[in-house]
Design a protein around this ligand. Structure first.
Ligand SMILES: [Zn+2]
Ligand SMILES: [Zn+2]
Length: 308
């Protein structure tokens, strides 16, 4: 394991015209994820799962492309949210539109034939249990309360929720949102970041964004600050020796949390959700070093309940 200690002010270039918020590109978000799954699946230990997730991402893009209008926050709610720095589509209090149930059924319908037999059984049980089961799985996934979740069906529920939230975020547009009073949470939906990503090109050169685990929005945070407790002391990067250096783990000695950080200039094809899955050895190293992950991918939920 290679470790680098980061000093405040050492690596963060000046903010020029970098946008503080990058909403997902709805026309290409899941199509890019599909391509990345396929590209990394070959000879990877998770090959079969990545091939399945390529199908899921294709189904997500198709579902998003055909998504009908849904209920959105009204002007008063958006204004109030901006004034108080509250994410207007916060997972804790946004009343989910039943349209996501239909998105879930569509995605399951499009991928069921590619699933493992155990997953097929889980999906059949979920469909038979119907909307109360969809909602209770959504509650568990969005709050990190994984106890009792059917882990085989959960990724599909997560996939449908992602489509629903991306649809809402992109329908509202960037002007609807403001910096959150809680800068470590997504300013669109209040989810924790899945990873962070260092972007290049244009005004974004070298700027670090936190990448939302649900709606795929990205918001700016300086690189020398912990994405969990905001400490600027004892932040370090850990990587796996001999790889491209495109994905590292950023650790904080204050709170003992780690978050992966991905460098576009080392690999321009990085897709946060997929590259998070394919760098599982880094999670194992961090676990062995005593650091804790505080947000999980819908596609790799730990068998035990969330530790924090
Ligand atoms: Zn979000
Ligand atoms: Zn911290």
């Amino acid at each position: 394991m290679a470790t680098t200690i980061i000093q405040p002010g050492e690596i963060e270039p000046p903010v020029r015209k970098a946008p503080w918020l990058r909403l997902p590109e709805r026309e290409t978000l899941f199509a890019r994820r599909e391509e990345r799954c396929k590209a990394l699946a070959k000879r990877h230990p998770l090959e079969k799962y990545l091939q399945f997730l390529a199908r899921v991402a294709r189904a997500q893009q198709d579902t998003l492309n055909g998504y009908e209008k849904v209920a959105l926050p009204d002007a008063d709610w958006l204004r109030l949210s901006r004034q108080h720095g509250m994410p207007p589509l916060a997972i804790q209090n946004w009343r989910r539109d039943a349209s996501w149930h239909e998105a879930l059924r569509m995605i399951i319908g499009m991928v069921r034939d590619a699933a493992e037999p155990a997953t097929t059984d889980s999906l059949a049980r979920l469909l038979a249990a119907g909307e109360p089961a969809f909602e209770s799985m959504a509650d568990g996934l969005l709050t990190g309360d994984y106890a009792g979740l059917d882990l085989a069906a959960a990724p599909l529920v997560g996939a449908a929720l992602q489509v629903y939230w991306v649809h809402m975020a992109t329908s509202l547009g960037r002007e609807a949102f403001a910096c959150s009073a809680a800068p470590t949470l997504c300013p669109v939906c209040a989810s924790p970041p899945l990873t962070s990503i260092v972007r290049n090109g244009g005004g974004e050169n070298g700027q670090r964004y936190l990448h939302c685990s649900l709606c795929a929005s990205e918001w700016h945070m300086v690189r020398t600050k912990c994405s969990n407790c905001q400490s600027t002391k004892d932040i370090a990067y850990h990587g796996i020796e001999g790889d491209l250096g495109a994905v590292k783990a950023e650790t904080c000695d204050e709170c003992k949390i780690y978050l992966k950080i991905m460098f576009i200039d080392h690999d321009p094809n990085i897709e946060p959700t997929v590259d998070d899955l394919t760098t599982l050895p880094l999670d194992i190293l961090m676990d062995q070093a005593g650091f804790i992950r505080n947000s999980f991918s819908f596609y790799l939920i730990p068998a035990e309940e969330m530790p924090v």
